[in-house]
Design a protein. Structure first.
Lengths: 111, 112
């Protein structure tokens, strides 16, 4: 089955810093790739997605590119805000199979 | 449009009791999945239903069960509750797999 490896957190940054959260996956086939975000006390929200190689998903200033050759889907943002503080989850999904979540990476942004 | 609605938001139950959690998906979404989230184990897949049929199942004991109704609403049931069942239970719905899932706010279950 699929699996995901995310970088350990917490990631602590100052406002306006550059963010990278690494994600690599293993899959038997050709999954769609997702990043979800969870704010305190809430469920998960879909942040962005990519469904084929070299696709770039983007939303709210966040970007991630589907790299099939390195099986990676790293999340980036050029300038983080305090409001970006949350837990970020990388998740591949093949067809109608389950989403497989990474352990999550907590991001803390200070003013 | 309305999001995924989970009820109740909070529950406190005693060991040995049973509990039923409810999920109303986004209108038109026929796929509903359930996840358990704990600090130690993270997000673990419970099961997924599509058009009233269980399509996928995670590695949970038989005490965990679910069902989906003809209007796509779903329920999950946990019988003979254990302390370790304390968790945030998340429901998510989807139209197509490549769309990604929309999650509800979850039901926080505490077993005492």
């Amino acid at each position: 089955g699929n699996s995901v490896t995310q970088m350990e957190g917490p990631v602590t940054l100052s406002e306006e810093a550059f963010l990278t959260i690494n994600c690599t996956y293993t899959a038997t086939g050709y999954p769609s790739l997702f990043w979800y975000v969870q704010y305190p006390g809430e469920g998960l929200q879909l942040l962005l997605k990519a469904t084929k190689a070299d696709d770039k998903g983007s939303n709210k200033g966040f970007e991630a590119t589907y790299r099939k050759e390195t099986t990676s889907f790293h999340l980036e943002k050029g300038s983080v805000q305090v409001s970006d503080s949350a837990v970020y989850f990388c998740a591949p999904q093949e067809g109608f199979q389950k989403l497989v979540f990474g352990t999550g990476t907590r991001l803390l942004v200070s003013p | 449009k309305a999001g995924v609605t989970q009820t109740p938001r909070y529950l406190i139950k005693t060991r040995g009791q049973q509990v039923t959690l409810s999920c109303s998906p986004i209108s038109g979404h026929r796929s509903v999945s359930w996840y358990q989230q704990t600090p130690g184990q993270g997000l673990q897949f419970l099961f997924e239903y599509f058009s009233e049929t269980q399509r996928n199942k995670g590695n949970f004991p038989g005490r965990f069960s679910g069902r989906q109704f003809s209007n796509s609403r779903s329920e999950m049931n946990v019988s003979t509750l254990e302390l370790g069942d304390s968790a945030l239970y998340l429901c998510a719905s989807s139209l197509e797999p490549t769309d990604g899932y929309t999650f509800g706010s979850g039901t926080r279950l505490t077993v005492v």
